[in-house]
Design a protein around this ligand. Structure first.
Ligand code: AMP
Ligand code: MG
Length: 400
């Protein structure tokens, strides 16, 4: 019996409806928070910069014309402010980032003075406020700096620290159990006997999960055996928030994943997507635990993880969705699939007026090399004939 296939969008909507609950939260040191999703807003504890400071190495003075001769009365260094005040005839040597002394209204750059022993002569007019960074220019005390749902980048960590944070409240990392089924699989680097292949999916899927903020450990390898599969899945369902199984989810006599999951009470949410590669994709849930049964072909596994598991992991962490990846024009004609949308791997060429998507080469689902150099997935809508070069395509971000 032909399986009714749902579209990519329908499948993703089902996944997001099931992944609507949030994982817990925890406080972590800012240093440990890269790529974590903020659970609460970060608000500036004080003004940043906290005090008026110099933008240049030079002299703190009163604003005024060129040609003044000023006596140097001390120094304000970064971290060691000058305690005294300033008069019309004096200057305080100052370094970039050092506090501007009381009463000073400008900083003149070192390059704009002639230095004498204990005195300077100004060679340029210095307007009020010249080379002074004012308190709160970057952040005002109480300002919203980062919103809950933001995934922390290196710049985000810097902003959080400047805002005064030592620890940040973030979503707990999803625990992902990756399981690779197949009697033919050998661990990376192991010699192959006849009929065997290396388990490419294990490291790829755990790496993809880690890039999505998950704790994935290493993949478990499973033989094509119903009882062993069921026992391993039962264990994974106990310890993981998301179980990702590769292979064994199709209709062959040695595909045990679906019956094993059914035996464990995992509720099927969909099976079969109008997608190439990735048609035999299975998704279900048991309580709050999500289960993805991804096709075994390495490219299919990566494409379906990207389209369906990644948004689930983002949602579980409360990540605010970013803007859509946008579109491109196809760099060369692509043969269409009459009944399924294709997600082809493309390299993007950025031109001033358009982005061109160029397929990375042959696109068959067993060609792991088609992932190399890919910047995005381009969606080729189902249809007859070919999609011509120059046609508009929508893009999906890939995890890289
Ligand atoms: P299956 O989905 O189990 O029918 O597998 C489909 C194809 O993907 C077969 O050619 C498998 O040998 C291959 N395959 C399955 N699992 C993996 C894996 N972990 N790494 C690389 N190839 C795999
Ligand atoms: Mg298999």
């Amino acid at each position: 019996v032909a399986q009714p296939l749902i579209t990519i969008t329908e499948a993703r909507d089902i996944v997001l409806a099931v992944a609507a609950h949030r994982l817990g939260e925890e406080d972590v040191e800012v240093e440990q928070a890269l790529d974590r999703v903020l659970a609460t807003d970060v608000v500036a504890a004080g003004d940043v910069p906290p005090f008026p400071c110099s933008a240049m190495d030079g002299y703190a003075i009163l604003d005024g014309p060129a040609g003044r001769r000023l006596t140097v009365h001390g120094e304000s260094r970064a971290g060691s402010p000058h305690e005294g005040s300033l008069q019309a005839e004096t200057a305080i040597r100052i370094s970039t980032g050092a506090a501007v002394p009381r009463d000073a209204t400008a900083v003149i750059r070192q390059e704009d003075v002639v230095e004498h022993a204990g005195a300077i002569e100004t060679t340029v007019a210095t307007p009020s406020g010249a080379n002074i960074r004012y308190a709160g220019e970057d952040m005002r005390a109480g300002a919203l700096v980062l919103t809950a749902g933001t995934r922390l980048t290196p710049g985000g960590l810097g902003a959080a620290v400047a805002a005064g944070a030592g620890r940040v409240r973030v979503a707990r990392r999803p625990r992902v159990a990756v399981m690779c089924t197949g009697d033919e699989l050998r661990a990376p680097g192991e010699p192959l006997r006849p009929g065997e292949i290396h388990n490419s999916n294990g490291p790829m899927l755990t790496a993809l999960a880690a890039r999505c903020g998950a704790l994935a450990g290493s993949a478990t390898r499973l033989p094509d055996d119903r009882a062993v599969t069921e026992a391993a899945l039962a264990d994974a369902l106990e310890r993981a928030d998301v179980v990702v199984v590769s292979g064994g989810v199709s209709v062959g006599p040695h595909d045990h994943v679906k019956p094993a999951l059914a035996g464990l009470g995992v509720q099927e949410r969909f099976w079969g997507v109008a997608l190439q590669p990735g048609k035999p994709t299975w998704f279900g849930s048991l309580g709050d635990t999500l289960v993805f049964g991804l096709p075994g072909n390495p490219v299919s596994a990566v494409v379906t993880f990207t389209l369906f598991a990644r948004p689930a992991l983002a949602a579980l962490q409360g990540e605010t969705p970013g803007p859509a990846a946008g579109g491109a024009v196809l760099g060369q004609a692509v043969r269409r699939n009459p009944s399924r949308d294709q997600a082809i791997r493309v390299r993007l060429e950025l031109h001033p007026d358009r982005t061109v998507a160029i397929p990375t080469g042959a696109q068959d689902s067993h060609l792991v090399t088609s992932l190399l150099g890919a910047d995005a997935l381009a969606i080729i809508p189902a249809g007859e004939g070919e999609l011509a070069a120059g046609a508009d395509v929508t893009l999906e971000r890939i995890v890289s």
